[in-house]
Ligand binder design. Sequence first.
Ligand code: TA6
Length: 279
Amino acid sequence: MATPVSFRGLDAVRLDGPRGASLVVALQGAQAVSWVPPDGRERLYLSERAVRDGRTPIRGGIPVCFPQFAGLGPLPKHGFLRTTPWRVVAARSGPDYALVTLETTDTDATRTLWPHAFRTELTLMLEADRLDLELCVTNTGGVAFTFTGALHTYLQVADVGRVTIDGLQGCAYRDAANGDRILDEIPSTLTIQGEVDRVYRNVERPLRVATDEGSLIVGSQGFTDVVLWNPGAGKGDALADLPPGGWRRLLCVEAACADTPVSVAAGEEWYGRQSLVVA
Ligand code: TA6
């Protein structure tokens, strides 16, 4: 059962899962804005300065970026789905799970920006210590299209400088904070010191994101890339929708198709998934 709620000023639905786990999903963008597993600790960062006007991107949670990742094309940054209203099309639960599916389709406004017919569905499945998000993109038109995109997950951390990330060894990355240089010298355990904005390519293993308070295993399927983003102090404090020092409390670990666009033939579907597991 997905219960309509107002969450910090956002129109949303709430899922109550096993052992007290909960999830809140804003209707704008089908954006998860709160995930609390049974231990009671919020795992998603949502800025207290996030704009809640129904049309500005919401800073935090899990934005759905489509059909363009970041500024990799002529569309608004990260595409238009994160500023689009979605609707709930299914919700159900059992003893071990609760799930909700939201959908949006092309409109006159989206076709003005991007001349394609599509349906996107996001299914969010909550288990006791696990959250899965599955994005399904259907080409409902008569010609193939390509897209880039991401599930732009903002994890909440006590101090980003104390986080370690394992699992990216061997993956080359494009360093967007460093002139888009392609680099491949990656230590087995990564830490975040200063601004980080990297697209790791062809990531096949799940990552372990460890904080002082515990770890998350972050996996994906369908998405080829993993993006790590933290704006650091300079850029973070310049963002109007982040509070001073807010950058310290977030780390984006994104399941993305950024550097290799996805092609979807007429009438076909594409699926991508990100899984977050409390470890
Ligand atoms: O995914 C990383 C990134 O593209 C960064 O370059 C950074 O700008 C971030 O997304 C947030 O973008 P936004 O448009 O939400 O400010």
